[in-house]
Design a protein around this ligand. Sequence first.
Ligand code: C2E
Ligand code: MG
Ligand code: MG
Length: 660
Amino acid sequence: MTFHPLLRRQLKRQGLEDDAASSSLLPAWVALLGRVSRAYEEHDQERRLLEHSQELASQETEELYATLRQERDQLEERVIDRTAALRTSESRLQSLLSLSADWVWEQDANMRFTFLSEGVEKVAGIPVAHMIGRRREADEGFQAGGEEWSAYSSAVHERRPFRDFSYRFNNPAGELRYIRISGVPVMGDDGSFKGYRGIGQDITASTLAEQRIQELAHFDALTGLPNRSRFISDLEAALWRASQRQETLAIFFIDLDRFKTINDTLGHAAGDELLCAMASRIRGALRHEDLVARLGGDEFVVVVNGITDDNDLHQIAGKLLGSLSSPVCIQGAQFEISGSIGVARYPEDARDAPSLLKQADTAMYQAKGHGRNTVQFYTAEIAERAAREFEMESALRLAMVRDELFLHFQPKVSASDQRLTGLEALLRWRHPIRGMVSPAEFIPVAEERGLIIGIGRWVLGASLRQLAVWRSQGMPVPSVAVNLSARQFADPMLLPFIEQQLRDNGLQPQDLEVELTESVLMSEPERAAQLLRQLSSLGVHVTIDDFGTGYSSLSYLKRFPASCVKIDRSFINGLATDADDRAITQAVIAMAHSLGLRVVAEGVETREQLDALRQLSCDEVQGYLTGRPAAPQDLHARLALAYPGHTVPAEAAPALQAAA
Ligand code: C2E
Ligand code: MG
Ligand code: MG
């Protein structure tokens, strides 16, 4: 056997045989050495085993370390990434916050500010340092109240989110800012309340703009008086107070007369100046506590409290009219303006604002109808009349579309030989139920309600068409006369319309005559003169109708380029019996002739009247005696007499017989 190398080296060092096979060794010695050698080997074995297992263990530890290191590296990377992301998002938020007019705020559980972004300082002028550690509402600059404040308080009390709570804040610089905030409660993981966090906004500019809009919405920009919407709420408040105190109240509805004329002729700047002047006169004529408002256009309203006696109300109205009518200087020229006033009383006439206002308005319309510069109190009779007019207005609008309007023509003849000198077109309305309605009844309504412009144009067109038809049938009717209303002066297209109609019907201006009543001329003298000058320079003849009823003198009327005067029926009526009527008629004829005007007498019904007019050298007559107003087909017989040479169209023959 061979011993363990270590034993062999030890034996060799002792100078002994290191080989068990050596014969020099005793067998027992060899056996011992053999056992020692095996012990060595076993030890070696164990050591190798231990070493192997140590090797395995360290290998495992190494692997574990590697994984841990890797995980740590990954974690570190993630932390770096996250931190970078957080920084980006923070700086993004910062830059957005610095850009926006808003700011972010945070409060602790005691509602003390722990954080405010710099916007609050930049935009609202509230230093961040000033606010930190304070409660919002504890600051002396804080002002809030009303419903909004209680909604906010209860939201905070109940730890609920709140939105758009606005309050006022006097910043340390002493400026008043309007601020709006929204916030949400912040809760810890354990559900405990940690405070509030939210955004804030300075809304000063938009609030002030809104206030200005409100102001504009409630006050008339021109005169500074309350406007219609403000007036209605003021009136409602005044009515409520009056009902509480059992007091009376009166509304005066004021409309300026002829305002439109000034506005149209002198321009809007002059109109505005006039309105301002009138507004301050109205204001000046009243007590401080009386309400004054401008409803729009040239309409003003006044509310006076606590005056029970109608005489006193009359006196106030008189004072108002007086203040309006003293001459006013506009753009260097003097004007005399007047107003019409309607009055309605609480509680006598109505108890609510809209009704009172409407009644005062209705009464004002009636005042206007009674000639201007007058006062009218609201009465049940006025209400009835207004309702009738309204009904008539609706019916008249229908009449226009249903062709219920048509024309009659009445001859004008020369007084000496009854030669036909012209035909006057007179409007007729056949209402499907009411039958014939007199123009004296419906024309004022058409004028009042603005329908006359359309109706007037229709009359002009239809009259000229009819004249062209007669001419084409060989009847040389000299001209047609058309009555014009004052309201038609307001139609800027009247003149071009007339020219167009003349052209379309192949007629000359002198084929048309316009009749304007004396009172129409007197109501709008400037406008009438202007229009009449234009018409007569075109070649259209002008007649002053109903002369003698309007208290003007012929010499005054000479300012209008008229060529003819029509003496009113009322004078002709008494001509044969009443010495005064005869004297007046004589004077008018003489005066008219001296001014170079022709004279027509209207409403001539008897032979005596005609004879008297002849004696007085009246030029022409018109009346039932020489021809009633009639439809064109019914006039054929009359026209046949006037123009014996012409042939009557076949379709006109039955009408001719009916008329005969
Ligand atoms: P006006 O222009 O003075 O017309 C004369 C009125 O006297 C007409 O009344 C006519 O029918 C009536 N009449 C004529 N001869 C006699 C007579 O011998 N005796 C009596 N008692 N009356 C006579 P009508 O047709 O009822 O018209 C009334 C007024 O209505 C007209 O008065 C005129 O101012 C207005 N009118 C009629 N048609 C129009 C129109 O187309 N436009 C305008 N703006 N007004 C019109
Ligand atoms: Mg007439
Ligand atoms: Mg007349």
